[in-house]
Structure formats: C-alpha cells, structure tokens
Design a protein around this ligand. Structure first.
Ligand code: SAM
Length: 289
C-alpha cells in the first residue's frame, strides 16, 4: 500500500508537473488512493480536459486481503456497508468512491495486459502492478512509445522491493533513456530524457539479457538508494533472481552479504527477516541457519 509521502508525490506531480499535453496513467489503483491523489492535484492544477487519468485495475475482490479496507471510516462514510465475495468485480465500488472525479477518470477495468493502450503522450505514469513479465512487457509496448523526452515521469511503486524483478531489470536496462530522480517509500521515480528506440518495442531487448546481465542490473537498482529497509528489500530481489535462475551457491553468498550489511548498519526490519526466512527455505535452509 502507498505511504502518505507517495500519495503526496502523485498529488504534486498532477498539480505542478502535468501540462495538459497528454495523459496520466494510474496502473493498479486498488481502492483508488493513487487516483484520488492525482485527481486532487489536477483540480488544483486547474486543467479541465476530461478523462485525463487512465485508471487500470482488474478489480476482482480478494476477501482475505481486501475486507479490512471496507471498515475504513473514510470508505464507510462514502459508501456505507457493502459486501463483496472472492472474485466479485468491484468496479461499482471504485466508481462510487471516486464519484466526485468521474469527469477526470477513464476507468479501464480488466486485465491490463489486454486493456493497456493509448494514442496520446504519457506525461505521468504510476505503476503498482508490474509484478510479472507479461504485465511489464504489455505496459512497456503500449505506453513506452508515448513517453516524451524531458516530460514523462514514471513512478514505479514496487521498485525498492523484493518482487517485480522483471520491471526493475527493464527500467535499469533503459537507464540511458531515463534519469533517476529519487525514491520515496518503495517507489522509484524516473524522468524520460531520451526517446526510447522503436526497435525495443518490436523485439523485447530484455529477452537477450543473460542472467549475469540481469543480476548486474538488479544490483544497480539496489545501489540507487542508501542502505535502508527498502535497499535491503531490493538486495533481496537479487537473491530471489539467483534462486529463480538456479544459482543457489551465489544466492547463499549474496544473502550472507545482505545480512552482513544489515548487521553493520544495525538494521533489523521485521519484514526483511520474514523474506530472508523464506529465501533460506528455498536455499535449503538447514545449511544457512
Ligand atoms: C498493490 S495493489 C495497488 C495498490 C494501490 N496502488 C494502493 O496503494 O492503494 C495492485 C493492484 O493491481 C491490480 N492488478 C493485479 N493484476 C492485475 C492485472 N493483470 N490487470 C490489472 N490490474 C491488476 C490488483 O487488483 C490491485 O488492485
């Protein structure tokens, strides 16, 4: 879930960066926190163009993870008590929660792999669903050609995190075309500084990368921020990639390096400990404990 700092970033981008020459991509809105932040920013920006925010979500209810949010006073105030079962489509709830911004939002509900499209320039793109290669590639191929040099800002919410490995590899591979602006929470913020070559959209350049290339790029991602819990999570993505690629021995020594760094920095984030436990299980834990 997004932090208040991340929501403030989206608000400021919509208010101060958006010029009205293109659209805002809001990919992975869940219950609309990012959408609300963008729409509030746009209101203060004063640009009146309709349906600026292209809001993508599959919007399928997952009781275990989602039910608790229905008890949130803000949500209860707006919609009263509602009941969704696993797998129910909750588009109606999103429309209700974001009713006051209905002129601004173009809801694109469904699998983003099938839904993602635009003919317009992308001024801002917020991604909080690029958890697998298929989604990452679909968004890149559909939206990447519409990124504009010195204008488009990309916010990758899962950047300083242990998952979404493919999207981090792609973003780092694309470093010559982007400037890293900074991090907030687990989000990495990038500005497009050069048009991405069209051939990258014809044949995915990521496919050609070796495991060594990908490890190097992931380490580059982790190296973008100083040591912190988010830097640890990103370093654990490197271990995850090594495991995925069958490089257990390398995974073991990489994990030991991460644990050493944590000890040195006196960092003990409980969430990192849980991820480490899981990785150790995958790495045939007994040897490591
Ligand atoms: C981590 S949540 C987003 C959280 C949200 N940005 C927030 O902070 O409140 C990821 C979202 O991606 C959506 N999602 C997952 N797979 C999807 C897909 N294939 N197409 C579109 N949306 C998808 C989920 O429904 C979920 O709402």
């Amino acid at each position: 879930m997004m932090t208040s700092g991340e929501k403030a970033l989206l608000f400021h981008l919509a208010r101060d960066h958006f010029q009205g020459t293109g659209i805002i991509v809001d990919a992975g809105l869940f219950l609309g926190a990012s959408t609300e932040a963008f729409c509030r920013g746009l209101k203060e920006n004063g640009i009146k163009t309709k349906k600026i925010v292209h809001a993508y979500d599959i919007a399928l209810w997952n009781s275990k993870g989602f039910d608790k949010y229905l008890q949130n006073p803000g949500v209860l105030d707006k919609i009263g008590p509602v009941d969704f079962k696993d797998g129910d489509n909750y588009q109606s709830l999103l429309e209700k929660l974001l009713e006051e911004h209905s002129d601004t939002i173009d809801f694109r509900i469904g699998d983003i792999v099938e839904q993602v499209r635009t003919n317009e320039d992308v001024e801002i793109a917020f991604y909080d669903l690029l958890k697998n290669y298929e989604r990452d590639l679909a968004c890149f191929n559909a939206l990447g050609p519409h990124y504009v040099a010195n204008r488009t800002i990309i916010v990758q919410q899962d950047y300083f995190f242990e998952n979404a490995i493919d999207s981090k590899v792609r973003q780092e591979f694309l470093s010559p075309y982007f400037e890293f602006i900074g991090a907030i929470g687990s989000s990495g913020v990038f500005k497009c500084i050069r048009k991405i070559p069209t051939e990258f959209f014809e044949k995915d350049p990521i496919k050609k990368l070796t495991v060594d290339d990908k490890i190097k790029l992931l380490k580059q991602a982790a190296g973008r921020i100083p040591i912190s819990k988010f830097q640890i999570y990103t370093s654990l993505a490197v271990v995850g990639l090594m495991i995925q690629s069958g490089r257990k021995e390398e995974g073991i020594s990489e994990l030991q390096e991460v644990e050493k760094a944590m000890k040195y920095a006196k960092l003990t984030p409980p969430r990192a400990a849980k991820i480490i436990e899981k990785l150790k299980d995958k790495l045939e834990g007994a040897r490591l404990r």
